[in-house]
Design a protein. Structure first.
Length: 245
């Protein structure tokens, strides 16, 4: 079976740098978490193995989720890993009181983050995968993401990504089963996106991050009920990174 798409809401916002933002939160579009789960079951039937952590108990690892590099085969754009981190204290990996509260309510056990830089050196960003108890909790946590609540950009020890989070980022949120997937993308030069073309560039970067990393592993868990080995996950990522999550 091919890589399954993320059963999710997707939205885009432009929070200011993590130092703070006085604007009110922007929420995900309203919708029914139960309806989303029904759609997942209708599409995948018995393959919908990640609706709850009780059915998917093996913890995630950064090695299985995040390959050292991957390529979007559609346009040959490439991406290189520059940092990873696993937090079991979930509040350490996100920004915003509402999101922290939602993760606590959803019994968050892990937040795994990775930062990548595009091959042309123009865009960088962070993807975070949050392990919650059920699809409903992932959906509800995603709903509070907004101007003040998002994944904490993960800096690298050196290079351009050492300044990740200093610019204005574009944020996306999706959920797949009991996992919430958050991204932060920004231009390396710190420029604030001001045109639709610039927004589209950052959105494509975020989409490629999800497709080339988390969606590969989580799709296998959804379809087979088991986690892939890091080597298998990396191989699948290289082949599937052009797939929109």
């Amino acid at each position: 079976m091919g890589i399954a798409a993320v059963a999710a809401y997707v939205f885009v916002i432009k929070p200011k740098p993590p130092a703070g933002n006085p604007n009110a939160p922007v929420a995900l579009p309203s919708g029914s978490a139960a309806a989303s789960q029904q759609a997942c079951t209708k599409e995948l039937g018995t393959y919908c193995h990640i609706s709850a952590r009780t059915d998917d108990p093996t913890p995630l690892t950064t090695a299985e989720l995040f390959p050292l590099a991957f390529t979007n085969e559609a346009d040959k754009s490439s991406y290189s890993l520059v940092s990873t981190k696993l937090d079991k204290t979930c509040s350490n990996a996100v920004i915003g009181a509402n999101l922290i509260k939602a993760l606590q309510a959803g019994n968050c056990t892990q937040v795994l983050r990775a930062s990548y830089v595009s091959g042309d050196g123009k865009i960088m960003g962070t993807i975070g995968v949050i392990n919650l108890a059920t699809t409903n909790e992932a959906h509800e946590a995603g709903r509070v993401v907004g101007q003040n609540d998002f994944i904490a950009p993960l800096t690298a020890a050196k290079g351009v990504a050492s300044k990740l989070g200093n610019g204005t980022g574009v944020v996306e949120a999706e959920y797949k089963g009991h996992y919430l997937i958050l991204t932060w993308s920004e231009f390396v030069n710190g420029a604030t996106p001001s045109t639709k073309a610039q927004d589209s560039q950052l959105e494509q970067f975020s989409n490629d991050l999800v497709a080339g990393t988390a969606n590969v592993d989580l799709s296998q868990r959804m379809v087979t009920g088991t986690a892939p080995t890091p080597a298998a996950s990396a191989s699948a990522s290289a082949k599937a990174s052009a797939t929109k999550s």
